[in-house]
Design a protein around this ligand. Structure first.
Ligand code: TRP
Length: 493
């Protein structure tokens, strides 16, 4: 079913500025290049309102029913970042679960714009999540390092600089533990000049033709003096979601001019922070218009990670006091958390014992919820903190030890990532994955249903068991009705 895509960001923010009440309060601003929390009339930074952005962009919130289905379908308990709502929103995640249930392939796609050499926990978490997703579903993954994007959008960065950052960041990403057999990582400037990118380019050019200046202006707030590379870049981040851009991953010929319609039809899911959604709305609006149509890529959106200074603040790659960097030493971690982590505790020990603290705004507690998997332990910490039994110092101590463990483990892995290993990840090649070995559904659409029926003689039911004669008759009737309905709809169009 075609869902109406929401109005563009730029259009919305214009409308909002017009109706904004007087005073100094500002609305939150979320787009791929600028993320600002709202402020109140006194200039205080407020928390991000994620339900508001989900409503505004018409994404779906991830609810318990979806998580239950996730667990049923995959046999995996949802990751703590799903359970705790760090990944809070999606588009078409159900379709990806359907695809998996049928035992069909889908592509996992994510990326990073390398704007600096140093990565912090706010950068690694989306990749940690992507790795978990890949482990759960056992599917091919592409990781796009957009050095071209950062060069085009950042005034003061040169091409050699962004390329250098891309290589450093890529090694950090590899250290997270991606399986090289299932993962193709590329740096745009390198892949786009490699000769392996013919189908990617054909897709990009076709997509560029489908999208007008007005559309990208609407989606990203571009204007007449925006450089033309920025306009065109959007197409690249979009077609990177089409499996047909990477025929070699499926062992297919990448030199021929003919792209493969079957590859184009492979679904894709993109884990990303919510600010990247405008890019992917563009691809969702246009993927069916490609000569070889692709399904709308599914999305799973994360919130922004809390900066050390507290909710509404931003972790910055250029201000070490805002975040735990992956290159931090134990001592730095300890100092940063002790000195800079915003506390939800009371001013004095006495007051804290009397009134208790607020874990919801306590950064040390928030970081524990990112990295400690033990739901019960965390619930107890929160409870004790509220009651004033647990002190700010205790919370920070717990946080420091968990963060040290995470960063140390990363450091060990990172030391093993060589230039050669990076080049192997970046080599365009056939990938090797298994997908769902025990599909429980043999069809989602009736066509597939029919194909399967002739393939194997007897179609299978929801429970995976062959249908009885009566059930088969019923199914055929149903299919007939469905087909007529479809024909009618097609005729209307
Ligand atoms: N534009 C993203 C950034 O600036 C990088 C990116 C490219 C990306 N493709 C993506 C991020 C897919 C998430 C998912 O960081």
């Amino acid at each position: 079913m075609a869902e109406p895509e929401p109005p563009s960001v730029a259009a919305l923010s214009l409308a909002e500025t017009a109706t904004q009440s007087v005073g100094k309060a500002t609305e939150q601003e979320i787009n791929p290049w600028d993320v600002q929390a709202a402020t109140d009339e006194h200039g205080n930074v407020l928390e991000f309102d994620y339900e508001a952005i989900s409503r505004k962009w018409a994404t779906k919130l991830i609810d318990q029913a979806l998580l239950d289905r996730f667990e049923r379908v995959t046999g995996h308990k949802p990751h703590r970042w799903l359970r705790r709502g760090l990944f809070f929103s999606h588009r078409d995640l159900e379709h990806i679960l359907d695809t998996y249930e049928r035992g069909e392939d889908f592509l996992l796609y994510t990326g990073r714009g390398p704007s600096s050499g140093s990565m912090h926990i706010g950068h690694t978490i989306p990749f940690e999540f992507t790795k978990w997703f890949q482990d759960v579903f056992d599917v091919p993954l592409v990781i796009m390092m957009t050095d071209d994007e950062k060069f085009l959008f950042k005034e003061n960065l040169t091409q050699p600089e962004v390329y250098g950052y891309a290589r450093e960041n890529a090694k950090d990403i590899i250290a997270i533990g991606f399986d090289i057999k299932k993962t193709f990582l590329y740096i745009d400037s390198e892949f786009f000049t490699s000769g392996f990118n013919r189908h990617f380019n054909l897709n990009a050019t076709e997509f560029e033709k489908l999208v007008t200046n007005n559309q990208v202006r609407g989606a990203f707030g571009f204007h007449g003096s925006t450089n033309i590379g920025s306009n065109a870049f959007a197409a690249k981040q979009c077609v990177a979601a089409f499996a047909s851009s990477y025929p070699f991953i499926w062992g297919q010929d990448y030199k021929t001019y003919h792209r493969d319609a079957k590859l184009a039809s492979i679904p894709c899911i993109i884990p990303c922070a919510i600010d990247q959604d405008p890019y992917f709305r563009l691809v969702r609006e246009n993927s069916s218009r490609m000569d070889q149509p692709s399904p709308k890529p599914a999305l799973i959106h994360s919130k922004f990670l809390t900066a050390l200074q507290g909710a509404g603040g931003k972790m910055s790659a250029s201000n070490p006091n805002t975040a735990i960097y992956m290159s931090d030493t134990d001592k730095q971690i300890k100092n940063k958390i002790n000195k800079h982590a915003f506390s939800g505790g009371q001013e004095t020990l006495e007051l804290h014992k009397e009134k208790g603290g607020n874990p919801d705004i306590d950064v040390a507690y928030q970081y524990l919820t990112y990295f400690d998997d033990d739901d019960e332990k965390l619930a107890k910490f929160a409870d004790d903190y509220r009651k004033g039994i647990m002190m700010t110092g205790d919370m920070k101590k717990e946080c420091i030890s968990v963060m040290m463990e995470y960063v140390n483990k990363f450091r060990e892995a990172r030391e093993k990532v060589t230039e050669e290993l990076l080049d192997q990840f970046m080599q365009p090649r056939k990938l090797d994955w298994k997908g769902n070995q025990n599909p429980t559904k043999t069809k989602a659409s009736e066509e597939k249903n029919e194909e399967k029926a002739t393939e194997e003689g007897v179609p299978l039911g929801e429970d995976g068991k062959p249908l009885t004669k009566n059930q088969q008759k019923k199914l055929l009737k149903q299919q007939e009705v469905e087909r007529k309905k479809r024909e009618k709809e097609a005729a209307k169009k």
